[in-house]
Design a protein around this ligand. Structure first.
Ligand code: SF4
Length: 217
């Protein structure tokens, strides 16, 4: 696994924590509207990058500066689960803070595996569209415009299963979040929020939900 050369310290990705944001360079299945990372991180592997060993050394020397690490991408869960597990176990062995993974939710088996084996403290998952009310045929263009993909029933089932899994996990360190894409009407965001609230009630969960402003690059 390779990582973007700069690890970034942030103060708002995990409320109440100082977080080290680490971008994997393994790519992404999607090509979302306005993705800030696409050109620099997803479409190609930069010539300069950090390795797993570079990350471990960084955490040993400077890990005390943060109390959480967050693995992002691209899609962090695109790599083989064995490699992801090895990385997260090594991070746990060197770092006392919280471990967070961000994902689009397409790999629901990996999401479940991370929780089952306690490899993460929280998962931040995107709900980019109201998947539960969209039709993979009739609404194909919406998926293309927002996520850059042609959807299938299986893919949508995986996305919803991952979102439910995060809601069920019910940690204050988890998040479900949506980018307020400017090409969608408010009805989309109302429907997403209503779905998340319904699932939270069903699972008796307090997982935070955020509608995040779309940032123009
Ligand atoms: S899932 Fe994330 S990294 Fe991948 S294209 Fe969409 S916004 Fe970019």
């Amino acid at each position: 696994m390779k990582f973007y050369k700069n690890f970034i310290r942030t103060f708002n990705d995990l409320p109440g924590h100082t977080t080290l944001l680490i971008h994997s360079l393994s790519g992404c299945l999607f090509h979302c509207f306005g993705c800030h990372n696409y050109d620099e991180i997803v479409a190609q592997t930069p010539k300069e990058y950090k390795t797993k060993e570079g990350l471990y050394t960084y955490l040993e020397k400077s890990g005390y500066l943060v109390d959480a690490v967050m693995f992002s991408g691209g899609e962090f869960l695109i790599d083989k689960i064995e490699e992801i597990e090895d990385l997260l176990k090594n991070v746990r062995a060197r770092f006392d803070g919280k471990i967070i993974v961000t994902t689009c939710g397409v790999y629901c088996d990996k999401v479940k595996h991370l929780f089952r084996k306690d490899l993460v403290d929280g998962i931040h998952i995107d709900m980019k569209l109201p998947y539960h009310v969209l039709d993979v045929d009739a609404d194909q263009q919406i998926f293309k415009d927002i996520m850059g993909i042609t959807p299938t029933e299986k893919l949508v089932d995986n996305l919803l299963d991952s979102i439910d899994t995060v809601i069920k996990h019910n940690s204050e360190l988890d998040q479900v979040r949506t980018v307020q894409y400017p090409i969608l009407s408010d009805a989309f965001f109302d429907e997403i929020k209503s779905y998340v609230n319904k699932q939270k009630a069903y699972y008796n969960s307090n997982v935070p939900y955020y509608l995040n402003e779309f940032l123009y690059s």
